[in-house]
Design a protein around this ligand. Structure first.
Ligand code: HEM
Length: 127
């Protein structure tokens, strides 16, 4: 029985992407697609292209079906040990946090601008 919550380091993941073996990182989870790669409807070569990077974005961009999600879950062999990350980056989570931060900063700037504008209009009218 595979322990789907086993922590897998970046080194272990990269080491297993050789000699026909294929481990992929999607959404912090590691999938062993060695057996599945030749059955993949989107081809095995597209999977090889993302085997050394965080493939979360690429997986999502295709708009995979819920059936594909189910197949994916059955190949999960662990969770990435985030502390071990060196070459690969967890693109998705970082991007989301950065996007939220940027949105907050933009709204704050607009708020401050409107406040200053109202204060100027108010002071000009009261003089
Ligand atoms: C565990 C990982 C994956 C599984 C189980 C999986 C499974 C599938 C399945 C079942 C389909 C058929 C359409 C659907 O049901 O959505 C599909 C299509 C496709 N997949 Fe994946 N996929 C995986 C990862 C990826 C990744 C990482 C990429 C991109 C780098 C990718 C690219 C594609 C493409 C381009 C198609 C479209 C094929 C077409 O319609 O011509 N897949 N995949």
């Amino acid at each position: 029985m595979v322990d789907k919550n086993r922590l897998i380091t970046e080194n272990e993941l990269l080491k297993n992407n050789k000699d026909g073996k294929l481990w992929i990182l999607i959404d912090n989870k590691v999938y062993d697609l060695t057996e599945y790669q030749n059955e993949h409807p989107g081809s095995d070569s597209i999977l090889h292209d993302v085997m050394d990077i965080d493939a979360t974005q690429e997986f999502q961009d295709v708009g995979h079906s819920t059936e594909a999600d189910k197949i994916k879950e059955s190949y999960q062999i662990g969770i990435i040990d985030r502390d071990s990350l060196n070459k690969m980056t967890i693109s998705n989570n970082c991007t989301n946090i950065e996007l939220e931060n940027n949105k907050f900063k933009t709204l704050l700037s607009i708020g401050i601008f409107i406040f200053i504008f109202i204060m100027i209009v108010y002071s000009v009218n009261t003089v």
